[in-house]
Design a protein around this ligand. Sequence first.
Ligand code: UD1
Ligand code: UDP
Length: 382
Amino acid sequence: MNKIKVMTVFGTRPEAIKMAPLVHALEQSESTESIVCVTAQHREMLDQVLEIFNIKPDYDLNIMQPRQTLALITEKSLHGLDEVLEHAQPDIVLVHGDTSTTFAGALTAFYHKIPVGHVEAGLRTYDKYSPFPEEMNRKLTGQIASLHFAPTPRNRDNLAREDIKDGVFVCGNTVVDAIHMTVKDDFAFRDEQLKTLDFEKNRVVLVTAHRRENYGEPMENICHAIAELSAAYPDVHFVYPVHLSPYVRETAEKFLGGNERIHLIHPLTVDEMHNLMARCYLIMTDSGGLQEEAPSLGKPVLVLRKETERPEAIEAGTVKLAGVEQKDIVRLARELFDDADAYAAMAHAVNPYGDGNTSARIIQAIEQYFGRREDGPEPFMS
Ligand code: UD1
Ligand code: UDP
């Protein structure tokens, strides 16, 4: 019997990290042929991931421009993918999450009448402008997709509220598959600045911030909060791997540069990042992926956003929504620095987002869709 031709389409760092375990599983499965197409909406940050997971794309659209607009990313992806789909003729296209690449990938596949599988489906804030443009990207992708791989039961219920009930599978999040591949007790850092850190003597706080809706005052507030905390706690080192977006770099450098206990460093490779997370004291971030990874590692997270589409870890007690006001961020961080009980209450390893078997479930659902097996996957129970 012919193998099912499955094309994965992705373009940014987090999509690559979360698609990587699935690409490996598709390569190994007897029933599927894996075809990888990257838009390269991110260039260097994507290539870092491809190298670590040893993935060689079959198609690379190489679209990234400095300070690219949303329209430009979408337009270049649509044009490039149009040709690729014409040439490769996959049986199904898999897109991930909520980026501009995701939406463009789903839309182009639809124009070619190729079914779409949406990995990480059903996350919602119900605020069209926050996260922007991600909330609309994932809603529009949900309308196009035939298969919806929802990480959690809540994500399934969100889809049901939009009358998306067929082809929905609760699979967990592939990011947990990824973290099982990277974290090692004896991991040795390659980054020169990470090598200088003493995790026994100093408390290390990992910081990341990049969201478009945080550009401007929110990101400045976040920087002021970190500077205030750094001045108040001489034993604490902040490590901030700065996203390559010029806006983010300029803001971080302007408000946090030149402080010897605030390490503004180049984006880390994913294995270094995951192992840094495993060893740090606390994570402060506006990233989606970090909120899903940290619970596997038992690290408290303060989310530097007004809302989150990932409330499961808040309910599990390992994540708190800190907002984007300096005083709120400082208050919550101080509590975790000063109060051992408050820290212990958040620092436990339970992950409501996955168990490491998400890629296998997704492949079973695809096999069922193409009539290669009777039953779909057993749902992930969070
Ligand atoms: C994108 C996604 C966002 C995701 C984030 C993950 C959209 C609209 N946004 O946001 O959902 O959370 O990725 O990081 O899809 N750049 C480089 N080199 C790189 C990567 C980026 O120089 O390797 C710079 C470029 O100047 C680029 C800018 O960063 O124009 C912004 O990249 P872009 O993909 O447009 O937006 P992100 O903020 O990264
Ligand atoms: N990450 C990384 N190196 C870094 C910062 C983040 O490998 O320097 C990883 C992180 O572990 C997570 C993903 O990138 O898996 C998150 O990406 P990002 O925060 O850019 O996007 P989001 O998840 O918010 O969409």
